[in-house]
Ligand binder design. Structure first.
Ligand code: ATP
Ligand code: MG
Length: 139
């Protein structure tokens, strides 16, 4: 298994509900290393660009409105198999189907406001990391 990097976001609901420390603690306990981190408030245009892959989906306007509704925390996580490790910590998109003990199962209350985002493949990880971080911002 390879050392990978993945892009994680704590979404506006996670920040607003005071879950930054809880979420980052879970990443660190799982052995993922934080290689970059910033808090920012996406504009609607930036949220629409980030989630452009979903532009045909019925929830696109709502999702991008939500993602630009408050500050988020973006991070690069690194470790063995980091993309899947992070997805396993997050749990399924729909919190009702998320495995017990996952972030979404423990905290999410809606399918849209589901606390965290994580890249779903090496290709999206590369694109999403470049969306948020330049070389100077990575350790
Ligand atoms: P993310 O990309 O945020 O990590 P994901 O990969 O688990 O989540 P995607 O299918 O990529 O899920 O959907 C992106 C986001 O869009 C979801 O996290 C959720 O916030 C929202 N979303 C997905 N499906 C729905 C839906 N049916 N209704 C409302 N919002 C949805
Ligand atoms: Mg996704």
């Amino acid at each position: 298994m390879a050392i990978e990097q993945t892009l994680s976001m704590i979404k506006p609901d996670g920040v607003q509900r005071g879950l930054i420390g809880e979420v980052i603690g879970r990443f660190e306990k799982a052995g993922l290393k934080i290689k970059a981190m910033k808090m920012l408030h996406l504009t609607l245009a930036q949220a629409r660009a980030f989630y452009a892959v979903h532009r045909e989906r019925p929830f696109y306007d709502s999702l991008t409105g939500f993602m630009s509704s408050g500050p988020i925390v973006a991070m690069i996580l690194e470790g063995e198999n980091a993309i899947q490790v992070n997805r396993d910590l997050m749990g399924a998109t729909n919190y009702r189907q998320a495995a017990p003990g996952t972030i979404r199962a423990d905290f999410a209350k809606e399918i849209e406001a589901n606390i965290v985002h994580g890249s779903d493949s090496p290709e999206t990880a590369r694109t999403e990391i470049a969306f948020f971080f330049n070389e100077l911002e990575k350790v």
